[in-house]
Design a protein around this ligand. Structure first.
Ligand code: DJQ
Length: 847
């Protein structure tokens, strides 16, 4: 995109520059900052009449700059009638200046000095200073009203100068500070002054036409000397010389004109002086040609050249073809045949009663903006070139500007079209990607943690390797936390490596989250887990950090759940106390049987299911946190393989909250069981704490939800992971083509669209879990939206055009808590809070 714009800008500048070569200066375009704020103007070129202190010296008078004490400030208070103070800028060469900007001093709130008004003085040679005046003759420029805002003022007429002074003006005595910028472009004509007879007044029957040079900045006594004015202001006159584009101008404003009766010799002589000796290629004179009013371009011009201090003997003569057919004003180009000169005097011979000029420009070799862009040098005789036919007026600067503008507009339109198309393609790609994401056999583990070493989840070698989805690689650059949306990590062709035996795998659909467990190894990056997977002897038990429990001490009580490869039973265990550490031992009578949950692998399970069960044991045995399901013991020396955890009598948090009500009138009346807000917070903070632990291991859960939390006595919580196939919760998982199953309502946008699973996406799910808790699990997240609409909403989260729908604030939920939820759903994963912070915040929330 940027490239496109750059190319455009380049073309635009080339175009405008080319235009500028022929018309020299275009005041509409010549508005570049000249280097106060940009730093191109050196400190030593900024000076002042005085300074209040070293830290408010002239060099601090740069617009936008905050350095020093924040601006230039003169030494003494500026008095209304004493204009002594000035800030001076030396531009090092002549510049055409069209705009000025000023700003005061605020110095981050400490200062409050600014110039309400100022005057401008300028000089081309550093000795003769000219006061700028507007067309009405007014010198004072209204400026700043506060210390902060930049005030820009167009200089009309523009000035041609090397030195510029800003002179603050006040109506009462006050401290003044200024920061300034000049805008314009280099004055490549090199013209320092023209001396000409004063323009005259034409008396038309209906109105007087003033053909004087009203903005001439030199001396005007009998003739105009040592100044520049309307002939160099960049504004060409119209065909009808009585009219002007300039607002508020009087009749004849654009032109300087002479009547032949005042010139007995038959010509008007103008002397042009330049900054240095230049090699002149041409002179262009913009002439009016309204022959019906006796105005015509000059009939002949005779030019004399002065190099050093001597005038060349042989003048150059040129007679343009007189045009009595076309009344348009035009540039007449005089080929100056590479004469070297620092001054030129030209005698313009009348072609009719009146001769009216609006612009005179000079092209000299040193003046070319860019030699490669300069128009080819003409080989025609050293005189003639007149653009007579208006349709071929390539020299007309207005036409060039127009063409430039048109081309620019076309480029901009093309760019807009490209942007629109590009965005559409991008959106399509995204949609496709998300589709594919969902469609593909992206199931169980959408991702393999990118960690120092990788672990083959399929040590048996019978299963498919995790495979990256190349479409994603093309569309999305793989960031550091990108996790390959791998294909199903299945242990065999027949079925999956389901290890959570409680889950009923109805149609062999694997649950993506279980691969986490499989992949926990290496997630912490610590070597304790770095066991070469393929050679790992799963049966040796040496990697399992949990002891073998004598299975004969388990007594079956009832079934808690069922899965494809096994079941979870409630059992009584004798002598379990030895296997528990202190935290479990409160209020358990010694030598009394304890209730435990036992996950068992069915004896007919195949080898892969068996391996996966052992792997789950291995991983679970490393997770040691009060808020995570904890292995108390295992039975792996004989079949059926078992793992044992403590019994959580209140089942999963979703069902638990569903059968409770918030404390209050309604609950009192209906005699329903209640949970206080404080206990809700207590449970939420335990989930945060468990997640804090998991995130410290870089363990990404990927299916955090109330349905995956167990509730024990006194609102204690342990995070589990049942898998997705419990019938009760099948509606929480989105099923694509009967294959991949994703808890989309809990998933971050980047997990759904980019296959990125991180602690930050767990944080998103935590926000949704909080929302469930505050709603007492009475409503599914986004219950009004279909699964497809939820995925569309995910696209809105991605696009971030304020069209995404957030879960609403639950009735019970205080603003502070809702703020926490919203922070979990920030688009930028990096901006989401850490579990550590959330845990602390929730502890503080509890009354
Ligand atoms: C993680 C798991 C326990 C099997 C139902 C009612 C109950 C158990 C990511 C880490 C955090 N934590 O757990 N991964 C995987 N496991 C489980 C379960 C919950 N399950 C499913 C139940 C269930 C109890 C207990 N009291 N009441 O069926 N796991 C492992 C488990 C089950 C039994 C023994 C050992 C482990 O989600």
């Amino acid at each position: 995109m940027n490239h496109l714009l750059n190319v455009q800008l380049l073309l635009l500048t080339i175009l405008l520059q080319y235009g500028a070569v022929t018309s020299q200066v275009n005041p509409g375009v010549c508005r570049y900052p000249l280097g106060m704020s940009g730093g191109q103007i050196q400190d030593e070129d900024i000076s002042a009449s005085s300074q209040w202190s070293e830290s408010t010296a002239a060099r601090y008078g740069r617009l936008h700059f905050e350095e020093g004490d924040g601006a230039w400030c003169p030494e003494i208070t500026v008095e209304p009638d004493n204009l002594k103070e000035f800030l001076q800028i030396d531009l090092r060469s002549l510049h055409f200046i069209t705009l000025v900007g000023t700003q005061g001093r605020h110095a981050g709130g400490i200062g409050n000095e600014f110039a309400q008004m100022y005057k401008i003085k300028y000089s081309r040679d550093g000795s003769r200073w000219i006061s700028w005046r507007n067309r009405q003759g007014k010198q004072v420029i209204e400026a700043n009203r506060n210390a902060y805002d930049i005030v820009l003022k167009d200089l009309e007429p523009p000035i041609i100068a090397r030195f510029v002074r800003f002179m603050p003006v006040t109506d009462h005595s006050m401290n003044v500070c200024m920061r300034v910028e000049l805008y314009g472009c280099e004055w490549l004509d090199g013209l320092v002054s023209y001396n000409a007879p004063v323009g005259e007044q034409m008396k038309l029957s209906d109105q007087p036409v003033y053909l004087n040079d009203s903005v001439y900045d030199g001396a005007i006594i009998h003739s105009m000397t040592e100044g520049l004015g309307q002939l160099t202001d960049g504004v060409c006159g119209q065909d009808e010389f009585t009219k002007s584009h300039v607002y508020d101008a009087w009749s004849g404003y654009d032109y300087v004109g002479w009547n032949n009766e005042s010139f007995p010799d038959g010509f008007v002589e103008i002397m042009f002086e330049f900054d240095r000796t230049r090699n002149f290629t041409s002179m262009k004179v913009h002439c009016n040609n309204l022959y019906s009013r006796h105005v015509k371009a000059f009939r002949q011009v005779v030019c004399f050249f002065r190099s050093d201090s001597d005038w060349e003997a042989a003048p150059l003569t040129f007679s343009p073809v007189m045009d009595e057919k076309n009344p348009s004003a035009r540039f007449v180009t005089v080929n100056l045949a590479n004469h070297m000169a620092n001054a030129i005097t030209c005698q313009f011979y009348f072609g009719d009663a009146w001769m009216l000029f609006s612009e005179i420009t000079f092209q000299s070799d040193t003046a070319m903006y860019n030699t490669t862009l300069a128009p080819p040098k003409t080989r025609s005789p050293p005189n003639i070139q007149q653009e007579e036919d208006p349709t071929h007026k390539i020299d007309d600067s207005n036409t060039r500007i127009l063409i430039g503008c048109l081309v620019a507009i076309i480029f901009i339109l093309v760019a807009i079209i490209v942007i629109i198309l590009w965005r559409q393609v991008w959106q399509k790609m995204l949609e496709k990607a998300s589709r594919r994401m969902l469609d593909d056999e992206l199931t169980a583990s959408l991702s393999i943690q990118s960690e120092p070493f990788s672990y083959n989840p399929n040590p048996s070698g019978e299963s498919s390797e995790p495979e990256s989805n190349s479409a994603y690689e093309h569309i999305f650059p793989l960031g550091p936390d990108y996790q390959e949306p791998s294909r199903l990590i299945s242990s065999s062709g027949t079925a999956t490596s389901k290890s959570t035996a409680t889950t009923v795998i109805q149609d062999g659909v694997p649950h993506y989250a279980e691969a986490d467990i499989v992949n926990l190894q290496g997630v912490t990056g610590s070597n304790t887990y770095a066991i070469p997977a393929v050679t790992m002897d799963l049966l040796s038990g040496k990697d399992v950090a949990v002891e073998e429990f004598p299975r004969q001490l388990l007594t079956f009580k009832e079934k808690l759940g069922e899965g494809q490869f096994g079941e979870v039973h409630l059992c009584e265990a004798e002598g379990m106390q030895e296997f528990m550490n202190e935290e479990f031992l409160f209020d358990i009578p010694v030598d009394q049987p304890v209730l435990v949950a036992v996950k068992m692998l069915r004896s007919d399970a195949n080898k892969n299911a068996r391996n996966d069960f052992l792997k789950e044991i291995k991983i679970m045995s490393r997770l040691k946190d009060p808020n995570i399901v904890r292995l108390l013991g295992v039975c792996i020396y004989s079949n059926p393989l078992c793992m044992i955890t403590e019994y959580m009598e209140n089942g999963d948090l979703n069902q638990f909250l569903s059968r409770h009500e918030p404390e209050g009138q309604l609950a009192l009346l209906s005699n329903a069981a209640t949970v206080s807000f404080s206990n809700l917070c207590h449970m939420a903070s335990q989930i945060a704490s468990g997640m804090k632990y998991l995130s410290s291991l870089n363990f990404v859960h990927r299916d955090l939800a109330t349905r995956n939390c167990l509730v024990g006595k006194k609102y204690t919580i342990k995070i589990a992971d049942f898998g997705m196939s419990r019938n009760l919760y099948s509606g929480d998982y989105y099923r694509i083509q009967g294959r991949a199953v994703l808890p989309i309502r809990w998933m971050s946008w980047e997990s759904i669209l980019l296959g990125k699973f991180t602690t930050a996406s767990d944080m998103w799910a935590f926000g949704v879990t909080l929302w469930e808790i505050l709603n007492f699990c009475k409503e599914q997240p986004y219950s009004q939206l279909t699964d497809e609409q939820v995925i569309e909403n995910t696209g809105e989260f991605f696009r971030d055009q304020k069209r995404q729908i957030y879960l609403p604030q639950p009735v019970l939920c205080p603003d502070s808590l809702y703020k926490i939820m919203l922070s979990c759903w920030r688009r930028n994963a990096k901006e989401r809070p850490a579990f550590q912070e959330i845990h602390r915040a929730l502890l503080e929330l509890q009354p």
